[in-house]
Design a protein around this ligand. Structure first.
Ligand SMILES: NC(=O)c1ccc[n+]([C@@H]2O[C@H](COP(=O)([O-])OP(=O)(O)OC[C@H]3O[C@@H](n4cnc5c(N)ncnc54)[C@H](OP(=O)(O)O)[C@@H]3O)[C@@H](O)[C@H]2O)c1
Length: 297
């Protein structure tokens, strides 16, 4: 099996690619920066450089939503690196003599917008706001590939937790100084997922010939930010716990503060569970025990 991965060098991709190689798949990573060759793996900078037919595509590339302030120019980059890149990818896939049979493409729970109390699953309607519209455009670009000869599954990813990068490393900053913290009221929902479950869920969707359409890739037990703080404080002793005021977050981060941090969404992995996926880390406590046991964050 030959799998093309975009975003294969990122936080999720760098965990996924070794698992694909372990299965003896040939893996090609589309990247802006060619890196050292590894056995079973090829890096390309353009789709045209791919030498042999591709059976499956896993599409994870995209400029980070949390890394920079959302200026108009950066918003355009976030859209182009997801919806734009996916449009080009799908056009290339359709043009192949042997088109790939499956496209597994990224998205996020931001698709639903934010809410203090609604419980979202895959039957919920799309929400509003920049990140919701970005996810919708990204999913639409991928969905064009769906057809009799090919299936498309989209990953509505929650906040992915693990060591060495990603959101948890940022969220643990104050805990390392002995201070537990939540943002704003702390009542906002955090639909999280362990990176190991993201990788296993992607492999599950790759293997299941009936997996098509959107899948919420979130643990079945979301928490509020205050609960997150309480659960983590029990594992990492803190001197005191405190909320970071919302106006300060808005001042520091602008529009991104509300959409990504101060408001949230409670999302359930209904379709993933219906498809027979078995979570390794269902509770936040079990995920944190695993992550913290593998060394300091
Ligand atoms: N991690 C999370 O908590 C989370 C949650 C929800 C959704 N997601 C989405 O899932 C995808 C993978 O997540 P991740 O955490 O692995 O992301 P990541 O670590 O930021 O990696 C994304 C990859 O996208 C490529 N990329 C970055 N900027 C780009 C640009 N301007 N144009 C083209 N490619 C660009 C990079 O690959 P090269 O440098 O090799 O080109 C990078 O390795 C992302 O699209 C992200 O938005 C992640």
């Amino acid at each position: 099996m030959h799998v093309l991965v975009t975003g294969g060098t990122g936080f999720i991709g760098s965990s996924l690619v070794p698992e694909l190689i372990k299965r003896d798949y040939l893996v090609t990573v589309l990247t802006r920066n060619i890196q050292a060759m590894r056995p079973g793996m090829d890096f390309v900078q353009t789709l045209e450089a791919i030498a042999s037919p591709v059976d499956a595509v896993i599409n994870l590339a995209g400029a980070s939503l949390a890394e920079r302030r959302w200026t108009e120019a950066y918003k355009a980059e976030m859209v182009a690196s997801r919806a734009g890149l996916t449009q080009g990818l799908v056009a290339w896939m359709k043009g192949q003599a042997c088109p790939p049979g499956v496209l597994i493409s990224g998205s996020a729970v931001g698709f639903y917008g934010t809410s203090p109390d609604t419980v979202f699953d895959e039957h919920s309607p799309p929400g509003g706001g920049f990140s919701a519209e970005l996810c919708q455009a990204w999913e639409s670009a991928a969905g064009v590939y769906e057809g009799d000869a090919a299936r498309v599954a989209t990953l509505r990813l929650g906040v992915v937790f693990d060591r060495d990068g990603g959101a948890l490393t940022e969220m643990m900053r104050s805990f390392r100084l002995g201070v537990g913290s939540w943002l704003g009221s702390g009542a906002q929902w955090l639909s999280w997922v362990h990176r190991a479950d993201v990788v296993r869920a992607i492999l599950h969707l790759l293997d299941d010939p009936n997996a098509r359409g959107p899948f919420n890739v979130v643990a079945p037990m979301p928490v509020t930010h205050r609960d997150f703080c309480k659960i983590l404080s029990a594992r990492r002793r803190t001197l005191f716990n405190v909320g970071v005021p919302a106006p300060l977050m808005r001042l520091l981060l602008g529009e991104m503060a509300d959409e990504l941090l101060l408001e949230g969404q409670k999302v359930l992995p209904t379709r993933l569970l219906e498809s027979g996926y078995d979570f390794r880390f269902s509770s936040l406590d079990s995920a944190l025990i695993d992550i913290l046991s593998r060394g300091h964050q």
